[in-house]
Design a protein around this ligand. Structure first.
Ligand code: DGL
Length: 270
């Protein structure tokens, strides 16, 4: 018999970026509950060392495990690239990252096999995207580019600020003549800059955002990894942050397109 499990799904990012993934999951699974943790005291992760990111990933995951989540979604490319292997070794609860789902979607989308990847410095340096794409098809031509200025712009809520356009134009310059037909937004913050990225890179390049790919991965998880909530379970969404809850609520509003109530956000120490 199909067992039901109404415990929440835990999802985390260094800050607000993972809310792009949360939003897709809330829509796709209307009776699942979620606890989202944004490590806002230590954002950004993307400029930190592999060792530090691994440590942060385990600490954040542990805080969610303490709340008895049934599945962990690492909604951060940097933590997926550098912390997921250690996390899977550390805890028996299943953990899903964002890199493989994003790569699969890009592989299915690209017509010519020329794929760009933009991400944080640490994600690019880890070669996780290059490796995962090569494992899917060794003929892919991969163009990787770190865009370290994008995360602070998004955390600041500057999605359509004129300065953002200048930063995007100059950051994406190295990809302009690369011939890519698909561009992976390899950081969960970047979908918030999607309109300006699309304008700058041109209309013929398909942008890949891992949020819907992660939702599809969860929908297809076998029941030994995920027991779904009962069909009549009522969805609840709780937010945990490691610093300044009010600021988080303000920025979260842009991501989720609705207000986050004061009592939905709790500040915690890791
Ligand atoms: N949103 C995260 C990612 O997907 C990390 C951004 C950061 O903390 O640098 O990589």
């Amino acid at each position: 018999m199909d067992e039901r499990d109404n415990r929440p799904i835990g999802i985390f990012d260094s800050g607000v970026g993972g809310l792009t993934v949360l939003q897709a999951l809330i829509r796709q699974f209307p009776n699942e509950s979620f606890i989202y943790l944004g490590d806002t005291a230590r954002v950004p992760y993307g400029s930190k060392s592999a060792r530090t990111i691994e440590r942060y990933t385990i600490q954040v995951a542990q805080a969610l495990l303490n709340r008895s989540v049934k599945l962990l979604v690492v909604a951060c490319n940097t933590a997926s690239a550098l912390g997921l292997t250690a996390l899977r070794r550390y805890c028996p609860t299943p953990a899903i990252g964002v890199i493989e789902p994003g790569c699969r979607l890009a592989a299915a989308t690209s017509q010519q096999g020329r794929i760009g990847v933009i991400a944080t410095r640490s994600t690019i340096a880890s070669q996780a995207y290059r490796q995962t794409l090569a494992d899917l098809d060794s003929r892919f031509e991969v163009h990787s580019l770190a865009c370290p200025l994008f995360v602070p712009l998004v955390e600041e809520g500057w999605h359509d600020h004129p300065a953002t356009r200048l930063v995007v134009e100059s950051s994406l310059q190295p990809l302009q003549h690369s011939g890519i037909d698909t561009l992976i937004l390899g950081c969960t913050h970047y979908p918030l800059l999607r309109p300006v990225i699309q304008e700058v890179i041109g209309p013929t390049v398909r942008l890949i955002d891992s949020a819907s790919a992660v939702a599809a991965t969860l929908a297809n998880l076998p029941t030994n990894l995920l027991h779904r909530a009962a069909p009549d379970a009522v969805q609840s969404v709780t937010f945990l942050v490691t610093d300044v809850a009010d600021r988080f609520r303000e920025v979260a509003h842009h991501f989720l397109h609705h207000q986050v109530a004061v009592d939905q956000v709790e500040m915690i120490d890791l």
